[in-house]
Design a binder for this molecule. Structure first.
Ligand SMILES: Nc1ncnc2c1ncn2[C@@H]1O[C@H](COP(=O)(O)OP(=O)(O)OP(=O)(O)O)[C@@H](O)[C@H]1O
Length: 863
């Protein structure tokens, strides 16, 4: 026989059955209760007491609970730990309920659908992504429910997984859902675990999917829908999940954008990381990144847009120039820029406020923030209309101040309303006649009580008599025991305290009814008025969203021009001759970090005639990596529409930038450093085109010299003959400089140094020609290696640099390099060879080691 529970628990079980993957917060009065397994999980994760309650038939059922007013904090904790929380409310007034109060899940909160400020990342997007793979097409649909932004994209072919991973890296979703069976799931999961570890992921399956197929068209209309069915289905899953979790009509998710890879300069996730475009390698924050240097945005909307611009620069010259012209105008008009930025400082994140209005969670304070934000816009518009650049004329035109809404909120709400919406105190006097009348009754009642108190004191002669109020007895007259004998017969005793008696009179009760009724009515009426105000604003969701987008655009343009003038950048010329010419270029981030030292600028000239590939040699620490990243970053900046740190720059947009820089530790994937390096090089060789820019920093160094050098040379030859991409290649293999004479367009450069005795001065200048020394020992010394090690290294190096040794090293055959002669001279090796390691005891071994060391010391002249 099926187990039976109390009617309330039966209701719980019925609801829980529909939310098996969620923790069910079950509202009971002032608490959210959890039962059964959920109670055990929640008590463990939230560190709250696990109790039990009678489940019917003598069964004890595990239970725990949290007060409803502090539930947000607990929910936040569970979401951060990757759980989903279904919030089940009482949907009827318990006083009117017959039997068990009706309850319903009003929303499911998941990492990708959170809307509370507490859980949303400040100034950043919070994406939910659905992935679907079908008929060779790998699709995604993404939404930031907090702003209403929604888009889709799809990839095919051999590189579809890599392309999807790059996209996911940019979106950095809070939650990913795999719809149905995804062939590439393993590879994608591996990437998420390594690169977006905070992302929650699960699968989504629907029994009757055919019913959902209509969702995209009914929600977005048919105009912008993806043509391919898998992509449309992906959007359908996304909408289904949103309806299932948010249970609102989602009118703020009203535009479906398409991610179009062809419109952008593609920066894969490796390059985004290597160049530290928006996240640094140290802790993933924007400190010390290109975004960090360019971000002078004033609003959260601007900050989110700038991150997109920086991670997805443009590739079409006309679009780039349009942005550059706008930035240029603001650079030339510092007063206008300062004025606009000043106004924008008072603008709240109203893109998110609009969402809260749409889903009905906005409070009165949100609305006053919206009013304040919109009210500043006419001032911004005034400044914008005087500007000439194309982007301003479109932005200015659309920058509506929504004065009707500003006025409406101004009239309806007091200046500083409370956060709570059901406790009154929000609506401005004069806004609603009925409310004003009720307030008059409530206010007059205070006067009435004062009068009553004075009258009663006079008629009874009890000077200490006072009128009071409590929730249990309502209004009462309080008289001390000492005066009890003076109390008239018309008083009815209600309560006896230690030193006083409390009474009521018919007059007082009648008054109470009127007053209490008024106060209750005020609270209800204020809430109704507030909700209807919210609904009125909701009708303009689209228009206000449009305004938010214009504000973001303006903020970003101001930010880029502020960065340009603060850091002394110049407007790059955008050309189409496939050349890159930079005069006195600087690294935007390194120049900011250098405090006392001055950053030394350098030129660059890359073209397909005489300098397609730069082979850069030079000492360690000389500035090779900095220079190469600088060239890449200046290209990225120009394609963002930003000015660049240089005296002059003319840049032909590239289609992709590839980087292979440093030793990226991919220990999590179980691959060796060299394997990762080769995989990255292979990725570059497969995807680079003649319009790409490639940065290769010392490839081949993770293996033996000969293997490494051979691979490096073969890679350059391949790029030169097959790909023809502009390339910067740094290396310590001086042998590669021989390529200059052998291939047109391969040019040697080196970083100049000055030698002073054993000391080396880095000049940080890139000059034509190859270098012949690495000065690695010098850098080791700078890094603080023990003096003895440095001296020994110098000795080995000088032996090694003898002509006969160098001859051997440069030979192309990969024979093992001989050890320096001195190490095993004078019979040391004979003694070692004679040893039978398997039979010596540890003590004997130590003795032998001691003897060998003494011998070595003697040889080194240290004894
Ligand atoms: N143009 C410059 N002006 C001033 N300082 C610079 C310049 N370029 C580089 N530096 C400084 O030199 C440091 C080392 O530069 P970088 O890492 O580019 O050297 P590298 O030649 O790539 O070294 P390695 O071969 O060891 O990787 C940088 O961190 C920076 O502080």
């Amino acid at each position: 026989m099926a187990e039976t529970y109390t009617p309330m628990l039966e209701q719980y079980r019925e609801i829980k059955n529909r939310h098996l993957n969620d923790i069910l917060f079950f509202r009971m009065g002032d608490f959210y209760e959890m039962f059964f397994e959920d109670a055990e999980t929640a008590s463990r994760e939230l560190e709250i007491t696990l109790t039990a309650r009678d489940g019917g038939g003598g069964k004890r059922v595990p239970m725990c609970g949290v007060p409803y007013h502090s539930a947000d904090g607990y929910i936040a904790k569970l979401i951060e730990k990757g759980y989903k929380v279904a919030v089940c409310e009482q949907t009827e007034d318990p006083r009117q309920a017959q039997g068990i109060v009706k309850r319903e899940v009003v929303k499911v909160i998941t990492p990708g659908t959170v809307l509370s400020d507490q859980l949303l990342p400040d100034k950043a997007n919070n994406y939910l992504v659905v992935l679907l793979e079908e008929s060779g097409l790998l699709c995604f649909a993404a939404v930031d429910i907090s702003t209403g932004e929604c888009m889709w994209g799809s990839f095919t072919g051999a590189s579809k997984v890599a392309a999807m991973c790059d996209r996911l890296f940019c979106l950095s979703p809070a939650e990913i859902l795999f719809a149905g069976k995804i062939d590439s799931a393993a590879a994608i999961n591996e990437f998420i675990a390594a690169r977006i570890p905070s992302c929650a992921y699960s699968s989504i399956d629907v029994e009757d999917f055919s019913a959902l197929r209509k969702l995209p068209a009914s929600h977005f209309g048919t105009d912008n829908l993806p043509e391919q069915e898998p992509a449309r289905d992906c959007v359908a899953y996304l909408l289904y999940y949103l309806h299932h979790t948010l249970k609102s009509d989602l009118s703020h998710v009203n535009r479906l954008g398409r991610y179009d890879a062809d419109a952008h300069l593609l920066l894969d996730n490796i390059t985004l990381r290597n160049l530290e475009i928006s996240r640094n390698l140290r802790d993933g924050s924007k400190k010390g990144t290109l975004l960090g240097v360019l971000d002078y945005t004033q609003t959260a909307m601007g900050a989110r847009l700038l991150k997109k611009w920086v991670e997805q620069p443009l590739n079409q010259p006309t679009e780039i120039v349009t942005r550059l012209d706008a930035v240029d105008e603001l650079v030339k008009q510092p007063a206008a820029r300062a004025y606009i930025r000043e106004q924008l400082r008072d603008v709240y994140d109203f893109e998110r406020i609009i969402t809260k209005i749409e889903v009905g969670t906005a409070n009165a304070r949100d609305l006053t923030a919206l009013r304040q934000s919109l009210a500043t816009l006419p001032l911004v518009k005034e400044a914008i209309v005087k500007l000439r650049a194309k982007l301003f004329s479109s932005a200015g035109g659309q920058l509506s101040g929504h004065m009707d809404i500003v006025q409406l909120i101004q009239d309806a709400l007091v200046d500083n309303p409370p956060v709570a919406t059901r406790e009154g105190g929000m609506i401005r006097p004069g806004y609603d006649l009925e409310l004003d009348e009720l307030r008059t009754i409530a206010r007059d009642s205070k006067l009435w009580i004062q009068n009553l108190e004075a009258n009663e004191r006079e008629t009874t002669g009890i000077r200490s008599l006072k009128v009071g109020y409590n929730r249990v007895f309502g209004y009462y007259l309080e008289v001390t025991h000492a005066n009890a004998s003076e109390v008239p017969a018309r008083y009815t005793r209600k309560q006896t305290l230690a030193n006083a008696e409390r009474y009521i009179t018919p007059e007082l009760k009648e008054f109470e009814l009127k007053v209490l009724g008024a106060e209750e009515k005020i609270v209800v009426l204020e809430y109704q008025l507030f909700v209807s105000l919210r609904e009125t604003i909701k009708r303009q969701v689209r228009e206000i969203q449009q305004t938010a987008r214009q504000v973001a655009l303006l903020d970003v343009l101001c930010s880029l021009s502020e960065a340009a003038s603060r850091h002394n950048y110049v407007k790059p010329q955008i050309v189409t001759d496939r050349e890159l010419r930079i005069k006195d270029g600087r690294h935007p981030v390194v120049e900011e970090l250098l405090q006392r030292e001055r950053f030394i600028p350098n030129d660059t000239g890359l073209n397909h005639r005489d300098c397609e590939i730069m082979i850069i040699t030079g000492p360690n620490m000389a500035g090779k990596s900095t220079y190469m990243r600088q060239v890449a970053l200046l290209t990225v900046m120009a394609q963002i529409g930003s000015f660049v740190p240089a005296r002059e720059a003319s840049i032909s947009p590239v289609d992709r930038i590839f980087t292979r820089v440093g030793a990226s530790d991919d220990l999590s994937s179980g691959q060796s450093t060299f394997m990762v390096e080769m995989a990255e090089v292979s990725h570059i060789l497969k995807h680079a085109t003649s319009k790409s820019l490639i940065i290769l920093d010392e490839i081949g160094r993770g293996t033996s010299t000969y293997d490494g050098m051979s691979i490096a040379r073969a890679v350059i030859e391949h790029i030169k003959s097959k790909i023809k991409a502009k390339t910067l290649f740094s290396t310590h293999y001086h042998e590669l400089t021989e390529m200059e004479g052998q291939f047109d367009g391969v040019k040697n450069y080196s970083v100049a140094v000055k030698e002073r005795g054993n000391d080396v001065v880095f000049l940080r200048r890139i000059v034509p020609g190859g270098a012949d020394k690495s000065y690695g020992v010098h850098v080791a010394q700078l890094a603080g290696l023990p003096k003895s090690v440095i001296e020994r290294a110098r000795q080995i190096l000088s032996d090694h640099e003898q002509p006969d040794c160098r001859q051997i090293e440069r030979a192309a055959s990969p024979s093992p390099s001989p050890l320096p002669a001195s190490l095993f001279s004078s019979g040391l090796s004979d003694e070692l060879l004679a040893l039978d390691i398997m039979t010596v005891t540890p003590l004997e071994a130590l003795n032998i080691l001691y003897k060998l060391q003494n011998q070595a010391k003697a040889e080194a002249g240290k004894l």
